[in-house]
Design a protein around this ligand. Sequence first.
Ligand SMILES: Nc1nc2c(ncn2[C@@H]2O[C@H](COP(=O)(O)OP(=O)(O)O)[C@@H](O)[C@H]2O)c(=O)[nH]1
Ligand SMILES: [Mg+2]
Length: 436
Amino acid sequence: MDLGSGIRKALARITGASVVDENAVKELVKDLQRVLITNDVNVKLVFQLTKTIEERALKEKLVPGLSLREHVVSVVHAELQKVLGGKFEPRLGKQKILLLGLFGSGKTTSAAKLAKFYQSKGLKVALIAADVYRPAAFDQLQQLSEQVKSGFYGVRGEKSAVKIAEQSLEELEGKYDVLILDSAGRSAFDGALAEELKEVANAFKPDEKFLVVSADLGQVAGKQAQEFHSTVGVTGVIVTKMDGSGKGGGALSSLAVTGSRVAFIGTGEKITDIQPFDSTRFVAELVGFPDLASLLDKMKEASDEESVQKAIAEGKLDFESFLAQMRAMRKMGPMKQIMQMLGVYDLPEEMVAQSEEKMKAFEAAVLSMTPAERKNPDLMKSKTRQTRVAKGAGLKEDDVRELIKNFEKSVKMMKQFKGNKGLLKKFGKMMPNFKI
Ligand SMILES: Nc1nc2c(ncn2[C@@H]2O[C@H](COP(=O)(O)OP(=O)(O)O)[C@@H](O)[C@H]2O)c(=O)[nH]1
Ligand SMILES: [Mg+2]
């Protein structure tokens, strides 16, 4: 059983138990131990982790408002996050990145994925082919660079990686923001590889030295990272193939234990399948969103007016039901938290603040509408009505128009959600999209 479903199952037992007592917690701990060990997490670490979970779950004073069940679940989340490391914030400026790793670890693929990632942040990226041992390496990287539309530098047939590194700087520096050098691998880490990497690093002077390892390595990942680190220095690790391996948890935890920082994780074969590592997000995706159940409860509580729910379920939104939903959301907590519970991370602060402000403006506008206007959004297409509402709400006319436009967009979106099954639908019905 993979790590995610194993942990979810273990937690489901506790969320389904009629009483959560010491016995239930002990059962949970046993289940977790089994799952973690099968996923190649170090046995000693597993026992430490589960001991902490048991102690915290049973001894800590409950946070007011939290049931013992919720407390246990949140302790498990928090401790898993700790064991898996922290959060990597990629630098988003000019930089040189050296990729290291053994054959087949996913180095070349990761080079292209990183190119795409940094490009999406508005940076100009070039890839450098310096794997001089594999004849096909040049073509592979060149093709990938065409695919992602990045710059490319390589010298076909050149046998010195150091020369390529030097020449690439002459050719590319100043023209690109991010240079990513794909170095040669070996089938095992040895003195020759260490020597070559040192020389390449001397020539290239990288800001980041990312070691690429495959999640299949499980616990061995930590050991490998230590080897590379002690000889050539590693600033971060990219763990690839998290999608296909039952050992991802083992790899991540062993890296955390050895003090290696996980920088990115590769989650598939597509060029976009990469993300900066964030243990909070990782655990949330792995185990499910910790607060989902309570979020749904709060949503229900906050908008239990049946007519409103019905209108939304049918995709018939008007200003009144829309406002009710917004107020419901505000009752649930800060925007940022809600978005995180829904799996939306990386929301810039100013966007969060802006969307809170938009909610307030929208409320003011709806309150300035007549009951007829609230029930019949089409009426608000009239300019004179818009002017009147803007005055009443203390808003600019443009703002009112924008709010109406966003409302229309949301209605459209809800209609799309309608007919879709699953969680998305559930949320689509409940969450108005007010353009954040
Ligand atoms: N499923 C999956 N496959 C990956 C991932 N990263 C790399 N691969 C595959 O692993 C194989 C080796 O990758 P490559 O980049 O050539 O490794 P290199 O020898 O280190 O340069 C290729 O078939 C890739 O498609 C990943 O995150 N998920
Ligand atoms: Mg390669």
